[in-house]
Design a protein around this ligand. Structure first.
Ligand SMILES: [Zn+2]
Length: 153
């Protein structure tokens, strides 16, 4: 058996921190909170899929694989961790700010959403189904702009 090279886990995490979310490119996958960390034997990154059945999950795994290979971490595997399940609470503060700046209302347990354009709380849900399964379509009654809201999950 050959000696297994030690993987620089900090370098692996830097690679992960720079992978954009395929659906919302202003967010990285670490902003989203889906990276659970690094584990040994075999070396692997542990990730939690976001929404079950969300097509982004496959795209995210492909993006991670490509980024790892590109950085020379061909030996690092990707492990899906299903418990505890990912929730929108795991989106980082920076991630929430970036969502808002991008025009998507960040998820929150409250029934109302603040308009990302003008900050008004006078908003209404137009449809549970936004541009992707993870988002709902909302409209601001103050500035009349439509916006996406990340569904709380
Ligand atoms: Zn508004």
């Amino acid at each position: 058996m050959s000696e297994v090279a030690t993987i620089d886990r900090d370098a692996v995490m830097v690679v992960l921190e720079n992978i954009p979310d395929p659906e919302i490119p202003v967010l990285t996958i670490t902003d989203l909170g889906i990276v659970r960390g690094f584990a040994d034997n075999p070396p692997r990154v542990r990730i939690s899929p976001t929404y079950t059945g969300c097509p982004a999950t496959v795209a995210i795994e492909m993006a991670i694989r490509e980024a790892l290979d590109g950085a020379g971490f061909d030996d690092v595997h990707i492990e899906r961790v299903l418990f505890p399940p990912w929730t929108t609470d795991w989106i980082s503060e920076r991630g929430r700010q970036r969502l808002n700046d991008y025009g998507i209302a960040p998820p929150s347990p409250s029934a109302t959403a603040e308009c990302p354009q003008c900050g008004s709380a006078d908003t209404e849900e137009v449809s549970r189904f936004g541009s992707t399964p993870c988002k709902a379509q909302w409209r601001c009654k103050s500035c009349l702009e439509p916006f996406d809201r990340f569904k709380c999950h």
